[in-house]
Design a protein around this ligand. Structure first.
Ligand code: GTP
Length: 208
């Protein structure tokens, strides 16, 4: 999947805001660092304070899409900061940690909050992160799929550590946002979950 570019000849289509949300420690910062720098932040866990952001330009179907990615703090005490950013977000990547049941149980509360503060047509994708941690896993993939179906949002498991599906998650969101901006009147709607499922089948579900 060739989605990164430094090619200035491509037309810069749009700047889209993508927000990473979910409980503290689910791996939001690590997912962003993996996507942006291709590295994993091993070692001690430094909680995000307030909000941080990084930009990445992707080439989507020969068009440049600039993602401005906001990494929010999962800690409760920063929740009012996060609320202030929801309404400007075009897409939300909502993470839980497959080794932490509470972070999965809290997804319903996160979705309620998203419903309350974000734009009605915001793109939401549910991500079960730390899928590399097979021994410590307490949330099955099927449980994530079921919850996502219940709320009508696309879903996949990721690993910031191994790189599993990280590029795919951001690419899928960028494609959806590009499609919304550039869609021809008679062009069919971009089917995000179908795209994700097809890509996972093509690359054997586990590419970095
Ligand atoms: N095994 C494994 N560990 C991970 C993964 N992603 C993150 N971690 C670890 O989980 C811990 C928390 O990661 P962060 O990315 O800082 O979590 P966060 O969601 O940004 O946390 P807040 O900033 O407090 O909201 C760190 O110790 C990471 O090394 C992953 O995919 N696999």
């Amino acid at each position: 999947m060739d989605t990164q570019t430094n090619d200035d000849s491509l037309f810069l289509l749009c700047v889209s805001q993508v927000m990473l949300v979910g409980d503290s420690g689910v791996g939001k910062t690590c997912l962003l660092v993996r996507f942006k720098d291709g590295a994993f932040l091993a070692g001690s866990f430094i909680s995000t304070v307030g909000i941080d952001f990084r930009n990445k330009v992707m080439s989507i179907d020969a068009v440049k899409v600039k993602l401005q990615i906001w990494d929010t703090a999962g800690q409760e005490r920063f929740r009012s900061v996060t609320h202030a950013y929801y309404r400007d977000a075009h897409a939300l990547l909502l993470l839980y940690d497959v080794t932490n049941k509470a972070s999965f149980d809290n997804i319903r509360a996160w979705l309620t909050e998203i419903h309350e503060y974000a734009q009605q047509d915001v793109v939401v994708m549910l991500l079960g992160n730390k899928a590399d941690s097979t021994h410590n896993r307490v949330v099955k993939r099927e449980e994530g799929e079921k919850l996502a179906k219940e709320f009508g949002v696309p879903f996949m498991e990721t690993s910031a550590k191994s790189g599993l599906n990280v590029e795919l998650a951001f690419t899928a969101v960028a494609k959806e946002l590009k499609h919304r901006t550039m869609k021809e009147p008679d062009e069919p709607k971009f089917q995000l979950q179908e795209y994700v499922d097809k890509e996972m089948r093509t690359v054997g579900c586990c590419s970095s």
